[in-house]
Design a protein around this ligand. Structure first.
Ligand SMILES: [Zn+2]
Length: 139
């Protein structure tokens, strides 16, 4: 369970999309990088620092070795998608993998096109075996 079994916690968060998003991001970061952010370009973490500032948005890191910026989405099936992270999480944790695009569109209150994109990406991911963690994005 993504949100845990704490009903009160769940309902408190329901009105705070930004908090839910931050919570989802933190969970994704911890599952991908249990020992701290790792640069997806050079694979090192020695010079990785979080980037602050409102203009960047949340969740950005900078690698001092290869001088590139990244987020937890970089190099994954979540890359270049405007769908909030918590909606991806809801899809994985709460909904059937066989859900149709029109059902997903209604459940997550996203466009039909976004629902198709999510299903497409997750299917492409699963072709390589469900044993692969979510951040492995083979073409
Ligand atoms: Zn790097």
């Amino acid at each position: 369970m993504f949100f845990g079994d704490d009903e009160e916690f769940h309902s408190d968060l329901a009105d705070e999309p930004q908090l839910i998003e931050a919570f989802a991001r933190r969970n994704l970061e911890l599952s991908r990088w249990p020992d701290g952010a790792v640069c997806p370009y050079c694979g090192k973490k020695t010079n990785v620092k979080p980037l602050g500032g409102k203009s960047m948005g949340d969740g950005w890191y900078h690698c001092g070795l290869c001088r590139r910026k990244f987020t937890v989405r970089t190099g994954t099936i979540l890359e270049r998608s405007h769908i909030p992270l918590y909606k991806w999480f809801l899809y994985w944790t709460e909904l059937s993998p066989d859900i149709s695009a029109s059902e997903l569109h209604k459940e997550l209150e996203i466009t039909y096109r976004s629902a198709q994109l999510m299903i497409e990406r997750v299917k492409r991911h699963l072709i390589h075996g469900p044993a692969e963690p979510w951040w492995v994005n083979k073409q």
